[in-house]
Design a protein. Structure first.
Length: 76
C-alpha cells in the first residue's frame, strides 16, 4: 500500500517541519532551546549537573542582556 506509506511519511515530515519552525521562531525572538541544552549536556558533559528549565532560562536571559556585568543592553 504505497498510499498509506506516503501519508505516514508526509505526517512525519510535517511534525518535523513544525518542530523546526517553532525552534527557529523561539531563537529569533531570544527564547533559548532547553531540550537542545539538555541533549548537549548528556552527550558531551555527562559528569556535570543539568540546570532546571528555570535556572537555564534565567542564565540565558542574564547572558543575553549582560545583567550580571552591571550593564543592561536591552532592546532599545
Amino acid at each position: 500500500m504505497p498510499g498509506i506509506l506516503m501519508l505516514k511519511e508526509w505526517s512525519v515530515r510535517a511534525v518535523t517541519a513544525k518542530e523546526w519552525t517553532a525552534r527557529t521562531a523561539r531563537l529569533m525572538i531570544g527564547i533559548p532551546d532547553y531540550e537542545t541544552y539538555v541533549a548537549h549536556r548528556k552527550a558531551n558533559h555527562p559528569q556535570l549537573p543539568i540546570m532546571t528549565y528555570e535556572e537555564f532560562f534565567v542564565e540565558r536571559q542574564e547572558a543575553r542582556y549582560a545583567v550580571s556585568k552591571g550593564r543592561f543592553k536591552g532592546c532599545c
